[in-house]
Structures are given as structure tokens and as C-alpha cells.
Design a protein around this ligand. Structure first.
Ligand code: PMP
Length: 455
């Protein structure tokens, strides 16, 4: 007999409370360290560090490969990987070597370093577009790419898909409420009404896309190829082809944000599926965890940008930041592109992700909740719905905060760390069969308790 959602959530709340207490009891040092952190707002260097379901943040002592050790000495298999920043494992040896080499040769000069030529060539080869720029974060890269799109099209608006996240980028922080685009209600200090700058439509909705593009107001569509920030929403058959055709017909640029979907394989989802973006962004993991993002432009966009720049007076363009493109970033980008983000690494990630996805699907089938496993290469997510979700409205309806929290805490107490946002799982190349199987088995135990008879 399959339990109702409300019965599952009631059990989840009991489990979460018990597991939170267990977490706290096992971590006196983390608790004391967090309590003793003066000088930070709410005791953390960045407020998102409070966005975990634990009663206080687990303080990390060290991280290497696919493992962490916390301050209380617990060995943890890391399937969160810094929410993607460490997708290829913590401290990959070639990146550590690059850090060592640059440390004594100057970290930042606002001039190209000797790695620049190789990195430019590698980016063009790997991701397909001919021209590149380096930024410090994916948020920055998206902002700059949007600025280029507006500059070359002379259009004001950006189109995004409901449920998106592209970083701290004003123009993208909107929701679709009752068919209208509105500023996200959680935003702080929002002065501009974002419905003036942005149009939000449901993912996988070709008709809505055609209608939104018809007015010739949209400078660019900014999209993740698979939506990963609101559950996991896969593109339906033909959606990417329609997106490309309709944007071309409307004179709208296509900006693909591969920050999370780099998990797809070498060159990201774009290379794997032959997408043809005009602008491209990748961040977080591209330099092995050193704050770096890259954004690329097509020939046509670069030519148009050149013309626009010539027509403007010199001065602030609104594109670039002082530490971007630094010797430090280029050295780590080069190491990562040449030696870390390799076909072999992806093969290992793919294998473990397949093992985990298969194991989770079997556990779900055994215990019967109407859920499924979604996956984009090395990234996996259990979606609490029977069938794949097509858009954010379906993803939101499937999500359950109490169930996510209970599973997260249960797994962490058994030595497996998943992402605090909808329990995303990422398989690093260093993950072993035993670790992948151990995770699946712990997930099965959690399901047995949540869904089993008695409870
Ligand atoms: N793009 C996507 C798809 C993301 O998921 C994120 C962050 N989660 C970003 C951009 C922004 O990255 P950052 O916070 O490093 O700027």
C-alpha cells in the first residue's frame, strides 16, 4: 500500500527531528565553532551557509577528491561538491600544481599571462564558440553576456524560464505568477520592477515562447539546457530545436548557461547535443574550484559587438571586473581544461552516476513511492513525481520540503552529503563503487523507514 503525500510528510517530520538531534549530538566541535564565530553576519562568511537543514552548519576541516572530513572527525562522502564548484573533486592535483606555480609568479596584474594563448584555444576547442572572456563568477558572466545581447540587438528585455536560477543577476530573478512575470518575492532591496526588463515563461512551452518572441522586444533567451535549479526539468523532444529556430526567426540571441550542466560530458550539454548558442556561460567548476567563469560569443555576435563599441565613447562598458582573467584564473583554467575536465574523468563520473541512478530507481521501485530519478550526466536528482516534470509549476507541485529535509539529514548522519537544494547528487571522478553503493543503500534505509509498513 502506497502512503499518501501527507502521511509521508508526517513520517518525514518525525525522522528529520530525530536526525537533527543526532547530527547535533555527534558534532560538539562544529557547534562550538559556529557559536564562537564573531565578526560574521549570523556567524557565517556567506549567508547561504545557513541554507542546510542541519541545526547549525557542519564546519569542514578538509576536503579532498570525493570526501570531506568535518571538525568532529566524521568522514563524509561528498555528493554536493560545493553545489558544483568542486564537480571534478576537491583539490584536483593539476589545479593544486597550478596554484603552487602561480603563487610565486604573481596572481593578478590586469595583463594577460603566458597561459592566455593556450586557454583561449582550449575554450574554443572545448565549447565550440570562437571568442571568450573570463569572469570571476557565473553570475558576472551572465550579467556581461546579457549586456552584450542588449547592446548588439538594441532590445531591452531578457526571456527566462520559470523556476530558473542564473546567479545574482537582477534581470533573471523573477517568477511566473498567474501568468504574469513578477520580481521574486524573496528578493531584498529590489528597486526596479523586473517585469519591465524580463519575461518569464514555462520551460518546454513552444507556444508561449513563440508568443513572447513575437513582439521583437527580447534581446536574448537565457536558458539552462536542462533546468537544474527547480527540481530537474529535462527538455522535451524537439524543444531545443524549436528554441533555436524561434529565437533565430525573431532576431533574439540564445544564451546557454552551462554552469550546472557541465555535468553532461565534455563540452557540456551544448557539445553533446549539438546546440548552437550565440552566447555561452560556464562557471563554478571550470577552474577546479578557483573563482572563475567563462563566457563565449559567436563570430556574428563578436562582429556586431565590435561595431557597437566603435560607436560608443571610451569609458566604463559595464563589462569586466578588475581581478578577472588573472594569472591565477588562467593557470587553474588551463590545468582544469587540459588535465582535470577530461574524457576519462567524465567516463568515471558517468559510470558512478549510472550506478547511483540505477540503485535509487530500484530502491524507489521496491518501496513504492511514486517518484522517479532524473539525471543529466553526473548530476542526479530524485523527483517526487511519477513522471518527468515538464515545467516549474509541475516541479513545485512535486517538491516536498519535509521529505527533502528528512532524507538530507538521514543521509548525512550515515556519511553522505547531498546538496541542500532539492538534494541534488553529483558524482565526482574519485567516487568509488563502494561509496556509490553505500549511498544507495543508505537511501534505501531511509525509504524503508519513510514508506515501509508500520513506520
Ligand atoms: N548559473 C546557474 C545555472 C547556477 O546554478 C548558478 C548558481 N547556482 C549560477 C549561474 C551562479 O553561479 P555563482 O553563484 O557562482 O555566480
Amino acid at each position: 500500500e502506497i502512503l499518501s503525500r501527507s502521511a509521508l510528510e508526517a513520517r518525514a517530520q518525525v525522522m528529520a527531528a530525530r536526525e537533527a538531534a543526532r547530527f547535533a549530538e555527534a558534532r560538539p566541535k562544529s557547534r562550538a565553532a559556529h557559536g564562537g564565530v564573531g565578526g560574521f553576519l549570523d556567524g557565517v562568511p556567506m549567508l547561504w551557509m545557513l541554507d542546510w537543514p542541519t541545526p547549525f552548519p557542519m564546519v569542514v576541516d578538509q576536503a579532498s577528491g570525493a570526501r570531506l572530513v568535518d571538525l568532529d572527525g566524521h568522514q563524509i562522502v561528498d555528493l554536493c561538491l560545493g553545489d558544483t564548484g568542486a564537480m571534478f573533486g576537491h583539490g584536483p592535483a593539476p589545479v593544486l600544481e597550478a596554484l603552487k606555480r602561480t603563487a610565486s609568479r604573481g596572481l593578478t596584474t590586469m595583463l594577460p599571462s603566458s597561459d592566455a594563448t593556450a586557454v583561449g584555444r582550449l575554450l574554443a576547442e572545448r565549447f565550440g564558440l570562437p571568442f571568450w572572456q573570463v569572469a570571476a563568477t557565473a553570475s558576472d558572466a551572465n550579467r556581461f553576456a546579457i549586456r552584450v545581447a542588449r547592446a548588439v540587438t538594441g532590445r531591452a528585455k531578457v526571456l527566462v524560464f520559470d523556476g530558473c536560477y542564473h546567479g545574482a543577476v537582477d534581470d533573471t530573478l523573477v517568477d511566473l505568477v498567474d501568468g504574469r512575470t513578477v520580481s521574486r518575492r524573496s528578493l531584498l532591496g529590489q528597486a526596479v520592477d523586473l517585469s519591465q526588463t524580463t519575461v518569464s515563461i514555462p520551460f518546454n512551452d513552444e507556444a508561449a515562447l513563440a508568443a513572447a518572441l513575437a513582439g521583437s522586444e527580447i534581446a536574448c533567451v537565457l536558458a539552462e539546457p536542462v533546468m537544474t535549479n527547480c527540481g530537474m526539468i529535462l527538455p522535451g523532444p524537439g524543444f531545443h530545436a524549436a528554441l533555436r529556430r524561434l529565437t533565430r526567426e525573431a532576431g533574439t540571441l540564445l544564451l546557454i548557461d552551462e554552469t550546472h550542466t557541465l555535468s553532461s560530458g565534455l563540452g557540456g550539454y551544448t557539445a553533446l547535443h549539438g546546440l548552437e548558442p550565440d552566447l555561452f556561460v560556464a562557471g563554478k567548476a571550470v577552474a577546479g574550484g578557483v573563482p572563475t567563469a567563462v563566457w563565449g560569443l559567436s563570430h556574428a555576435v563578436a562582429e556586431r559587438l565590435d561595431a557597437v563599441r566603435r560607436a560608443r565613447p571610451d569609458g566604463h562598458s559595464g563589462i569586466g571586473t578588475t581581478l578577472s582573467g588573472s594569472a591565477l584564473q588562467l593557470a587553474c583554467l588551463r590545468a582544469c581544461l587540459e588535465e582535470v575536465m577530461t574524457a576519462e574523468a567524465y567516463a568515471a563520473m558517468e559510470r558512478q552516476a549510472g550506478r547511483i541512478a540505477g540503485g535509487l530507481a530500484a530502491a524507489i521501485a521496491r518501496f513504492g513511492p511514486p517518484w522517479h530519478v532524473a539525471r543529466v550526466g553526473a548530476r542526479i536528482e530524485v523527483v517526487f513525481a511519477k513522471d518527468p516534470v515538464r515545467d516549474a509549476a509541475e516541479a513545485r507541485a512535486a517538491a516536498s520540503h519535509p521529505i527533502e529535509q528528512a532524507l538530507h539529514l538521514f543521509l548525512l548522519n550515515r556519511g553522505y552529503l547531498v546538496t541542500p537544494f532539492h538534494n541534488m547528487v553529483l558524482a565526482a571522478p574519485a567516487l568509488t563503487d563502494a561509496e556509490a553503493d553505500g549511498f544507495v543503500s543508505a537511501y534505501g534505509e531511509a525509504l524503508a523507514e519513510l514508506c515501509g509498513a508500520g513506520g
